[in-house]
Design a binder for this molecule. Structure first.
Ligand code: MG
Ligand code: ZN
Length: 189
């Protein structure tokens, strides 16, 4: 099973310092829906792991988050893609939970629920905390320059080994091309 874990805000949809508080504020980043569709067509399982502290901050409630995710899923399906599951952390920075990235809780839950380990699983994020969580969980982090990513790229704390791409579309393009090359090679061998 080829699994990929995506952050939501700043990777799939435009981020906002004011938080995404309603379905109408959820606006896809150019190319992201097409990227998810390409993954789906290539047989990948797409799962989202997203910090949603707006819940703890009482900026929106759980019902609204569900409606936002329904909107996202609707747009993804309409574009020919699929998101298998959305894992979210509703807690705030001071709640001491184990799911808010950079903690690896959501990644570990994904591994457990899908009965897989995360070795080599690409995890795409725009923030340092996405990269950290992925690394702790044993996944392979990729940074995109959309959302907060433009600032993250120049953060001195960023591990220089982490691969950086312009956006989700470019990462997916890279992953699918790499996968194709590996397949070709196994034929030759
Ligand atoms: Mg993000
Ligand atoms: Zn949490």
């Amino acid at each position: 099973m080829q699994l990929i874990i995506l952050d939501r805000d700043g990777v799939i949809n435009e981020d906002s310092d004011e938080f995404i508080k309603s379905p109408s504020e959820w606006q896809p980043i150019r190319g992201s829906l097409e990227a998810i569709a390409r993954l789906h067509r290539a047989g990948w399982h797409v799962v989202v792991a997203t910090n949603q502290s707006g819940i703890a901050r009482k900026l929106f409630d759980l019902d609204t988050l569900v409606r936002i995710h329904e909107t996202m899923l609707h747009r993804v399906i309409e574009s020919g893609g699929m998101i298998e599951a959305v894992f979210f952390c509703p807690h705030g920075p001071d709640d001491g939970c184990n799911c808010r990235k950079p903690k690896p809780g959501m990644f570990l839950d994904i591994a457990q629920r899908l009965h897989t380990d995360l070795q080599g699983v690409p995890a795409i994020g725009d923030s340092l905390r996405d990269i950290e969580a992925a690394k702790i969980a044993g996944a392979t982090p990729f940074l995109v320059k959309t959302g907060k990513g433009f600032g993250t790229v120049s953060n001195p704390e960023l591990d220089p080994e982490v691969a950086v791409f312009d956006d989700l579309y470019s990462v997916v393009d890279h992953l699918l091309n790499t996968a194709t090359r590996h397949t070709d090679k196994s034929y030759v061998d």
